[in-house]
Design a protein. Structure first.
Length: 157
C-alpha cells in the first residue's frame, strides 16, 4: 500500500488495507512466524510542506516464544506519529525526507517489529528448569558474578 503525498491536499483518514498473504511473503522476522491480521487507521494531516501520519494499528500475530520457542497467537496495538516532507529544507531528525511516494506497508512492518518487546513469552509460560542450563536475567547474572580476579584475593603472597 503506497500513498502519493502530492495528492493529499487536506486532512485525510485511510483505512489500513493490507494483503496479508503478500505481507507474509514480503516481510520476515525471527520472532514473528506469521501476520494473521493487520487493521487500523492512518490519519494524515498536511501542515505547509509537512505531512503528519498518525498510525493506529491492531495486529494479530503468530509469535515465537523467546523462552520455549513455542508458537502462540497474540494481539498487539500500536500507535505512532511520523513526520514526512518533500522539501529538503524541512528535513530534520524527526522529519523524513521523501520524494513523493510513501510505502505504508514497510512503515507498518517497521512499527510492528520495533514496538514488540525484546523478550516475547506466551501467556502463562513458565521458565523451563533443567540441570543442564538455566534462564537468568542479566541483572541476576551481574549480582551473582563477581570479578574473575576475586579468586586472587585469597592468595597469600
Amino acid at each position: 500500500m503506497k500513498i502519493r503525498l502530492s495528492e493529499i491536499k487536506k486532512n485525510k483518514v485511510i483505512d489500513i488495507n493490507i494483503d496479508i498473504d503478500n505481507f507474509n511473503n514480503e516481510y520476515h522476522s525471527s520472532f514473528i512466524k506469521k501476520f494473521n491480521s493487520i487493521e487500523g487507521k492512518i490519519k494524515i494531516q498536511k501542515i505547509n510542506d509537512i505531512y503528519i501520519l498518525d498510525f493506529n494499528i491492531l495486529a494479530n500475530l503468530t509469535l515465537i516464544s523467546s523462552l520455549s520457542l513455542k508458537e502462540f497467537d497474540d494481539d498487539y496495538e500500536f500507535s505512532d506519529k511520523l513526520y514526512f516532507t518533500t522539501n529538503k529544507e524541512l528535513e530534520s531528525e524527526d522529519t523524513f525526507l521523501v520524494k513523493d511516494i510513501v510505502d505504508l506497508d514497510n512503515i507498518i512492518y517497521t512499527l510492528i517489529v520495533s514496538s514488540l518487546p525484546i523478550s516475547i513469552h506466551a501467556p502463562n509460560e513458565e521458565v523451563i528448569e533443567s540441570d543442564e542450563y538455566r534462564v537468568i536475567s542479566e541483572d541476576d547474572l551481574d549480582s551473582e558474578n563477581s570479578s574473575p580476579f576475586d579468586v586472587l584475593k585469597d592468595l597469600d603472597l
